[in-house]
Design a protein around this ligand. Sequence first.
Ligand SMILES: Cc1cc2nc3c(=O)[nH]c(=O)nc-3n(C[C@H](O)[C@H](O)[C@H](O)COP(=O)(O)OP(=O)(O)OC[C@H]3O[C@@H](n4cnc5c(N)ncnc54)[C@H](O)[C@@H]3O)c2cc1C
Length: 423
Amino acid sequence: MFDLAVVGAGPAGLLAALIAARKGMGVVLIDKRRDVGRITRACCQQLIMDDGYEGESVQAAAGKISFPANAFALEYGGPLQATTDMWYISPENRRIHFTRPGKKPIVTRFDKGALLRGLHEKAHAAGVEIYPAAVVYDVKDYNGWVELAIAGGGNHSLVAARKVIAADGANSRTVAAAGLNEGRQVISTGLSVIYECQGVAGVDSDEYRVYCGTAFGSNAPVHVYPSLTNPGVVNILVGTGRRPPEIVFNKFIREGRAAAAFRDAKVVSRSGSGFRMFSGPLATPHKGGILAIGDAAAYIEVEVQGALMCGWHAGQAAVDEFQGEGGWAKYTAWWRKAFPFFDPLALRAIRAGNLVGFYADDMLDYLFGLLEGQEVEGSYSPYRFPLLLWGAVMQFKDRIVRERPDVWEKVKKTAVLCGLEAK
Ligand SMILES: Cc1cc2nc3c(=O)[nH]c(=O)nc-3n(C[C@H](O)[C@H](O)[C@H](O)COP(=O)(O)OP(=O)(O)OC[C@H]3O[C@@H](n4cnc5c(N)ncnc54)[C@H](O)[C@@H]3O)c2cc1C
């Protein structure tokens, strides 16, 4: 019987296992992947640098990623690259240029594989027992201990632990099997794929582009940015609902309005992620001996930085819970304060950000044209970006009302959704 079983060796699970083991718990960490450092699920690998994002202001410097508000720092042996400029591009090549005051980075790119490998080594050295290539498919809570059913290498086995942390990501089977999803529904599903391509010229190392409009071959915006770890490789991220991503990607590089720059793109690798979007996060992410952390308990992704914060707090919470000192309750109080998806206004802002994809191409040309030539404050935060974008558009309210009343009707609704004054 282990003191603690952690399901999922992503950033949340690895750090939770490491902290609990360092504090003296007997920990087992189980992951379906064979190689923790190999990233199979799509991730853009960027830290969001906004001050106060998720209650933190992450700092990244050579050798270290720090979380001053949460009072911890992690050694990190991989490369870092600041992105200071983000461009939103419309079908007629109208461009909104986003920057931050003083050219502070909007995001800092990092190597998630290097981060996970570093944590994995430390967890191993701290005595965490690691079971790779093992899928947890069921969980039973016996009021005092928990049993996990695992499949791997053609075998089925059981693991028993006093406490369990479910850190198995956005489509968590452990959370579902533990009955924690009762009360929240799946409201949509989708798929994102990142294509790593050679043969795309002219994308600078510190820029990030977002192509918006159906003329590019995709209903959802297409994100383009250079690879941090593979020189000469450019990443193209497409998101789709029901359409196969391969069709959207091929349309973008061969037929879409930007095809001239991408036609020679040769895919060297790809990673995908399917997701089920729930109606909300887990407000109480624990039941009996089980605590859900990171994306497993979230509404939209907590991001790697949020997952690390979850792992940090959950490792300590497991020790407290094990000792009968209310660790799960303490974690829950922190969880509800740290993540903006518990704020109804923040949720509305996320939805407004997504609305860029619902404007007709000529409307995007018109709106992006209004902002062309100026630097608009940028952010990668899904909660703050919509406020900045639609706030900048709203400066032109009188002109939009006069020139494009049809566009104004849409903008007005979007602005109200974000909580911006639109009368
Ligand atoms: C398209 C896309 C782009 C993104 N871009 C960024 C970005 O730029 N920056 C950023 O910070 N974040 C980004 N994210 C989000 C980020 O990847 C996640 O929020 C973060 O990795 C969550 O960490 P986690 O530890 O909670 O879960 P995960 O990283 O998902 O880890 C879960 C682990 O559990 C394992 N697992 C799953 N099911 C089982 C099972 N049944 N049994 C055993 N093991 C299991 C998985 O193999 C995995 O190792 C992006 C996500 C997507 C989809």
